[in-house]
Design a protein around this ligand. Sequence first.
Ligand code: UTP
Length: 297
Amino acid sequence: MGMSSTVRKVVFPAAGLGTRFLPATKAQPKEMLPLVDKPTIQYGVEEAVQSGVPNIILVTGRGKNAIEDHFDVSKELESFLESRGKRDLAEEVRKISDQINVSYVRQGEPLGLGHAVLVAETLIGNEPFAVILADDVIDATPPALAQMIGVFEKAGGPVLAVERVPMDQVSNYGVIAGVPAPEVGTGVYRVTDLVEKPAREDAPSDLAIIGRYILTPDIFPALHETAKDKSGEIQLTNGLRQLLQSRPIYAYEVDGVRHDTGNKLGFLKATVYFAMKRPELAAPFLAYLREVVKNRS
Ligand code: UTP
């Protein structure tokens, strides 16, 4: 393919309504729900920065101002913290805004993930780009996106992050069929088909697409041609299926621990997981969890 340009921009679709977290998400975006003390979306933004891609395009909608404020510099907060001698905290809140370059684009109506990617078209232009769904928080070294960029540079085509999931969960995901592509790398597949949220019996495999993509700009015309689904949404999986007719697409099993924080159980698991990684919390939190378990049995 000879795709030579590198990934410089990451799109964060964040215009969904977060209905699974109502009432918490009535007046607050779900992307701002914290894991320990950091909003879920900041984990994704830090992953992008650590993967060498600090240009962030946030696709937002109604009621998402808190995300914009979060990544903005807050002089008042910083001077307040400094005046109270809390210089470390002031630096902590400042750090992320200094490291990124954010643009915002509005998705007027939540018409699907494919549509959310389409509204970023003008800001992306004619170059490859990444998509991070902040719901999927991935703890990995090197970061998940950095791993995928490595695969993209070898494969020269779109790369979808995938993970094997139990067959009774495939209907929550886009699912791929693929053949191993060891010539590109370990854990890499050449995609032969993609199906959005298949019934268990129709799923072509147990390889589910998770919230990381590296896409090429030819996804835009493919998405423009993609029909809306039953609920009137344009699905990214269907756009990729369209694109697969004209170019190879790859899938890659990320080496890391993923939490789907978009559902309650996944969110709770992620909270425990990240709390246990904090030296100041791990021991007392574990003692507390043990006590809870003991009192229940
Ligand atoms: P989800 O379906 O998981 O998010 O979309 P949601 O719609 O906000 O949540 P529920 O299902 O109602 O609880 C995956 C990602 O795509 C974004 C969402 O913000 C989320 O990050 N998205 C989805 C958009 O930006 N626009 C859309 O039209 C749909």
